[in-house]
Ligand binder design. Sequence first.
Ligand SMILES: N[C@@H](CCC(=O)N[C@@H](CS)C(=O)NCC(=O)O)C(=O)O
Ligand SMILES: *[C@@H]1O[C@H](CO)[C@@H](O)[C@H](O)[C@H]1NC(C)=O
Ligand SMILES: *[C@@H]1O[C@H](CO)[C@@H](O)[C@H](O)[C@H]1NC(C)=O
Ligand SMILES: *[C@@H]1O[C@H](CO)[C@@H](O)[C@H](O)[C@H]1NC(C)=O
Length: 281
Amino acid sequence: MGSRMSKPVLYVFGLSVWAAAPQLAIVELGYAPDAIKQKVVNLAEGANFTPGFLKLNPNATLPTFTSVDGKNFTNTYDVIKYLAQHAPKKVAPGDKAFLDRIHEDSIDPNFIIFAVRNEEELKAASSGFPHTFLENRQSSLIKNSQTPEAAPFKAFYDAKIPVNGGLLDLFSGKASESDKKAFFELSAKHWENISNFIVNELPTVLPDSGFIGGEIPGEADFHLGAWLARVAHILGGKNAQGEYKVFEKETKVPVPTKVAAYFDAWVTRPSWQQVYAEGLH
Ligand SMILES: N[C@@H](CCC(=O)N[C@@H](CS)C(=O)NCC(=O)O)C(=O)O
Ligand SMILES: *[C@@H]1O[C@H](CO)[C@@H](O)[C@H](O)[C@H]1NC(C)=O
Ligand SMILES: *[C@@H]1O[C@H](CO)[C@@H](O)[C@H](O)[C@H]1NC(C)=O
Ligand SMILES: *[C@@H]1O[C@H](CO)[C@@H](O)[C@H](O)[C@H]1NC(C)=O
């Protein structure tokens, strides 16, 4: 019992972009397969909105990590930093400025699930996963907020319910024409920001071959690998070399050579094949 109780726990979900980053890290850093327990929090059902999970992470996000000494780590940067510092294998630390940049809202890889730029894209999203996802989140938020255990987290629910509800209205055909237009514009700008990051910024940080961390992936690479996997997935990319080509659906110019080489370098790693065994996400 003792040894099982004292294992660190990483909270994950199979479709989570940011939980995939420490999952890549765990393999690359040489942790034994059973050294860290992974517990699933079903984001698709809004399981992150229970008062029990909020106690662990007041922002209700993945990844979340609990170390053996009972500390909770509540964002990707801190989780990966901790894993790297306590790992059997040493890798290059990440540049904080670059890691802050990749986690900026302006290139949020989660928003592209919902980004719709016209009536056609809105229609497709309204009859698919984005709508179901928002519906499940909203009912989980409302249900959990009404429990006695939710009282300490009232501010969280009060802020989250109207924001998620507004997005749900949009995908339920209940938004005004002007709200729709504003959302289409925001979505177009978001995709432009993502394209510009790939085409103009990544070539300034990527090496000609290998990883930002050198011959093997380092901390920055765990974040960037997961980010690229999500963007490729949304554009229809598969878990295979050459699939960086899907970025061109958005960039409209050839994918920079360094980005192409970097994507393919990740695809050949056993860590990547393990984390994305069921496809990119
Ligand atoms: N800045 C946070 C972002 C984490 C994040 O957005 N995680 C997503 C999953 S990839 C999440 O848990 N979303 C749930 C929600 O926002 O309700 C980090 O780096 O950890
Ligand atoms: C860490 O999470 C546990 C729940 O597993 C919670 O009881 C504890 O208060 C959290 N610690 C901090 C410092 O938030
Ligand atoms: C929650 O998110 C906010 C905004 O990103 C951040 O400032 C805060 O530190 C986060 N709290 C935790 C516990 O991670
Ligand atoms: C696009 O990027 C700019 C510059 O970082 C930022 O000010 C803007 O809010 C971003 N727009 C969206 C929709 O993400």
